[in-house]
Design a protein around this ligand. Structure first.
Ligand code: 4NP
Length: 184
């Protein structure tokens, strides 16, 4: 029988700065941890202004200085079907979280009985970051280069925290995280 994947969607406003950074950082760190093959990762925005666009060049540059490649990613907008398709939907800030929950509420009335919407975990990505006091990943779009560097610091911390939690959960179900059955 096929083992279960853990599906994680990172969400910001435009899907050109923070959430594509989160997707790429989490992918790289999951690969280092040996659990990438057990994960399905994606990112999107609550807004539609940048759909189809590559990540912001400043986000790409900042990420590249730490070894993360964002160049192949393209923006898309959050869709009601995402509530069925993901186990974790993780917002970069409080406004994103409000918009995600509002879309879920608006789409739940028309959801099918088989919908996964009741089991999806919707929360803030930075809830997984230990030893830091930020609740939100600040929007860097209208700021300078330092904002993009700060985004990377926060996203790396949250990625490591969530990965540690996933690995712990896998261990609790028997076996090291790089074993296929670990995430069942
Ligand atoms: P993101 O940043 O939500 O991290 O992708 C933004 C990108 C674009 C805009 C705002 C925030 N915008 O207003 O176009």
């Amino acid at each position: 029988m096929a083992s279960k994947m853990t599906r994680i969607l990172f969400v910001c406003l435009g899907n050109i700065c923070r959430s594509p950074t989160a997707e790429a950082v989490f992918r790289a760190r999951a690969e280092q941890t040996g659990i990438l093959s057990r994960l399905q990762l994606d990112s999107c925005g609550t807004g539609d202004w940048h759909v189809g666009k590559a990540p912001d060049s400043r986000a790409q540059r900042a990420a590249a200085t730490r070894g993360y490649d964002l160049s192949a990613l393209r923006a898309r907008q959050l869709d009601p079907s995402d509530f069925d398709r993901f186990d974790y939907i993780l917002a970069m800030d409080a406004a994103n979280l409000r918009d995600i929950i509002a879309l879920q509420a608006a789409s739940s009335e028309s959801a099918s009985p088989e919908s996964n919407a009741s089991s999806v975990h919707i929360g803030r990505f930075l809830d997984y970051a230990s030893n830091q006091c930020h609740a939100d990943v600040p929007d860097p779009y209208y700021g300078g280069d330092k904002g993009f560097d700060d985004v990377l610091d926060l996203i790396e911390a949250a990625s490591d925290g969530l990965l540690a939690q996933l690995v712990d959960a896998a261990d609790a179900h028997g076996g090291p995280p790089n074993k296929p059955e670990a995430f069942q």
